[in-house]
Write a protein that binds this ligand. Structure first.
Ligand code: UDP
Ligand code: MG
Length: 327
């Protein structure tokens, strides 16, 4: 059976939680192996994202004691998304599917079975979606939900209330490799891959121990990265504002001409007003046009795959996976 599961867990200064996380995950995986849901070759793979504390020493220790535990050490701290990608790309040749989750047990591990069931039903990507945000502070809830709405408004296809708790099949991981962008925002990239997908809902718990590694500053930078990596709509806004201001300048021109003939304008006022608005509008318009080309250039430099073939159907229903895939 093709059901070797790797659980990829990025860790940054997580010495406070790893022992407990390993204990609970080991129990869970053992049960799943016994039920035949996953193979006994399945593993937990910790990715140490250049931690400053004893995280790596702890991973080495856990690896010696526990045959489930594998470890990857990044050469330095590159952030959650990069650490996650490092993990996924390293395990993709060893596993049949991989599930990414946080080290802090916020993602409910009891739904791992459901992930595997969906995978067995033929899903290549399964998104873990939070059913509620009860454990979040008002601020976190508000900012997170506004972010999802903003992204949707900007035309970016992301799954509402889904963080990075997700299953990806080996096939999906291989396709993910084709996305070479440096500003990594996996939540935006994964839906671009396509294939049969499904959703598993779960309750998100509080962080088990230690502190969040996503302070407000990092959170905002992450959100900004998400928007600018996937949408050129902000550039279009400059363009539309330019058109709007230029239109105002034309209205103003008409107003000034009428005023001039009625003789109720001060000398020089009309020409100055009209030129300020017209030039302002034209400048914004030009920046918008230049921006439009930069936006195109930006998307081209990402060199994302233009299509991914799911199946090739040949005579008598013979199927092949992703034949014409290499673009
Ligand atoms: N993380 C990482 N590198 C970083 C920051 C965070 O690998 O630079 C990991 C962290 O160890 C955790 C996951 O990313 O496993 C999510 O971080 P955290 O739980 O602190 O974020 P929150 O749940 O508070 O949004
Ligand atoms: Mg967390």
């Amino acid at each position: 059976m093709n059901n070797t599961l790797y659980i990829v867990v990025p860790c940054y200064n997580e010495e406070a939680v790893l022992t407990e996380t390993t204990k609970r995950l080991t129990e869970k995986l053992t049960r799943m192996v016994n039920q035949g849901l996953i193979s006994s070759e399945s593993r937990i793979c910790y990715v140490d994202d250049g931690s400053r504390d004893k995280t790596w020493e702890l991973i080495e220790k856990l690896n010696k004691e526990n045959s489930f535990v594998y470890g990857i050490k990044c050469s330095r701290n590159r952030g959650h998304q990069n650490a996650l990608l490092a993990g996924l790309m390293t395990v993709k040749d060893l596993c049949d599917c991989a599930i990414s989750m946080d080290a802090d047990l916020q993602d409910d591990i009891e739904v791992l079975d459901e992930f595997m069931q969906k995978y067995n039903e033929g899903c290549h990507i399964v998104y873990g979606v939070r059913s509620s945000r009860k454990t979040d502070t008002f601020f976190k809830k508000f900012t997170a939900q506004s972010f999802y709405k903003l992204m949707a408004g900007l035309g970016v296809d992301i799954v509402y209330n889904h963080a990075d708790y997700r299953l990806m099949s080996k096939r999906a991981l291989e396709e993910l490799e084709g996305y070479k962008e440096v500003n990594l925002f996996l939540r935006g990239i994964v839906p671009l891959i396509g294939f049969k997908t499904d959703v598993v809902t779960y309750e998100r718990h509080e962080r088990f121990a230690g502190e969040s590694k996503y302070p407000l500053k990092k959170m905002l930078a992450f959100a900004f990265d998400g928007i600018t990596s996937f949408s050129v709509k902000p550039i279009r806004m400059i363009f539309t504002t330019g058109i709007f201001i230029f239109l105002i300048s034309i209205l103003l021109l008409i107003y000034c001409i009428i005023g001039y003939f009625q003789g109720n304008t001060t000398q020089g006022w009309a020409s100055i007003m009209v030129s300020i608005w017209a030039i302002g509008g034209l400048l914004l318009l030009s920046v918008g046009i230049v921006g439009e080309y930069i936006g195109k250039l930006y998307m081209e430099t990402k060199a994302r795959p233009r299509f991914i073939v799911d199946t090739l159907l040949r005579e008598n229903g013979a199927k092949e996976d992703g034949i014409a895939d290499k673009h």
